[in-house]
Design a protein around this ligand. Structure first.
Ligand code: NAD
Length: 350
């Protein structure tokens, strides 16, 4: 396969590219605008591979996308490029509408222009795989309910509403134009190379710096957590074996309260880099809750398990331990993110 990955310099996209270069013979094109969330240092070893190609392109730019399609000639698109941080979407929704909705539209149209001109066999083998989130389903009321692929959409934040819109566009492009699409909706990811604004790395790095560990409200919001490398493997399974037109929910069977996540990180740090006579838990600080904050998300991932044989390899305990250890072992990566140095190369600096 020749896979065009949009958003390949981000947290999940870079995990997908690392997986593809290491475990398959695929040619990979990384199409990324390099916003603040894009970091080519997450692909330091992959960028030496002759099978890796990088295009600094905004997915809203149809002309630039046409040139990438013409040159790279993909057999599949794996679409991850997005604005992804809920808090930022509340402070400024505009970029979310632009990239997540208009950008997805623009990528769908560039794909359709290219795909329409393919010979019949290549046309039917082609795939457009859209990566979405469980947040499109909104808040779960019952404590035992799970999101399935047929749960109605009820997004709560500008982020999840923009993702929901993009999911609808992708499905409409199949129904109307016959584009062979796949959609996956995944729960919260965590793992190596995660941008420090997100909960897990934020807590690890604040703890190491002796700073407060902010927890929204009373910390009782429940999320289902999946180790990012399990997600990357699931995405490769779906794009290579998934049924066209189908949606697959992806989750880790790891429902945890936010406070529990923070406390588990503290316990791991207490074990791995202990403080003298106190616990990292003493840094936990409760802060005003996020507006519109959903209480509970939980995924039923039985369809992808049954139909494609995918199951997560990491439990929350093993995955979180690996993650904390990775941040301890890779200080240079996150120190360059915190200092802004990771952006210097792209600005022409040194
Ligand atoms: P991220 O913010 O880490 O990375 C996004 C990437 O997209 C960055 O490299 C950025 O430079 C790029 N990008 C942004 N706007 C662009 C544009 N206009 N043109 C080209 N590139 C652009 O995000 P992530 O956490 O890796 O998430 C990837 C995808 O997975 C998103 O679509 C997100 O909605 C979805 N998702 C994320 C999670 C999660 O827990 N992180 C869970 C489920 C689904």
């Amino acid at each position: 396969m020749r896979i065009l990955v949009s958003g390949g310099a981000g947290f999940i996209g870079s995990a997908v590219i690392r997986y593809l270069i290491k475990n398959t013979n695929c040619e990979v094109a990384n199409v990324d605008k390099l916003t603040y969330a894009g970091n080519l240092e997450s692909l330091a070893s992959e960028s030496d591979s002759a099978r890796y190609h990088f295009y600094q392109v905004d997915i809203c730019d149809g002309v630039a996308l046409d040139a990438v399609f013409a040159e790279f000639k993909p057999t599949a698109v794996v679409h991850l490029a997005a604005e992804s941080h809920v808090d930022r979407s509340i402070d400024g929704p505009s970029e979310f509408i632009q990239t997540n909705i208009v950008g997805t539209y623009s990528l769908l149209e560039a794909t359709r222009r290219y795909w329409s001109g393919l010979p019949a066999e290549a046309k039917s083998a082609f795939r457009f795989h859209h990566i979405s989130t469980d947040e499109v389903y909104g808040d779960l009321e019952g404590t035992d309910d799970l999101f399935t692929e047929t749960t109605p959409y009820a997004p709560s934040s500008p982020y999840s509403a923009s993702k929901a819109s993009s999911d609808h566009l992708v499905r409409a492009w199949q129904r109307t134009y016959g584009l062979p699409v796949l959609v996956t909706n995944c729960s919260n990811n965590y793992g190596p190379y995660h941008f420090p604004e997100k909960l897990v790395p934020h807590v690890i790095l604040n703890a190491l710096a002796g700073k407060p560990l902010p927890v929204y409200g009373d910390g009782s919001q429940i999320r289902d957590w999946l180790y990012v490398e399990d997600h990357a493997r699931a995405l490769v399974e779906v794009v290579s074996k998934g049924q066209v037109g189908e949606t697959y929910n992806i989750g880790g069977h790891n429902e945890k309260r936010n406070l529990e996540v923070v406390e588990t990180i503290c316990a791991l740090l207490d074990e791995l880099v202990p403080l003298e006579a106190r616990s990292y838990k003493e840094l936990i600080t409760f802060v005003k809750d996020r507006p519109g904050h959903d209480r509970r998300y939980a995924i039923d991932a039985s369809k992808i398990e049954r139909e494609l044989g995918w199951v997560p390899q990491e439990t929350f305990e093993t995955g979180l331990r690996k993650t904390v250890q990775w941040y301890l072992d890779n200080r240079e990566w996150w120190q360059r993110v915190l200092s802004g140095e990771y952006q210097l190369g792209r600005l022409g600096g040194d």
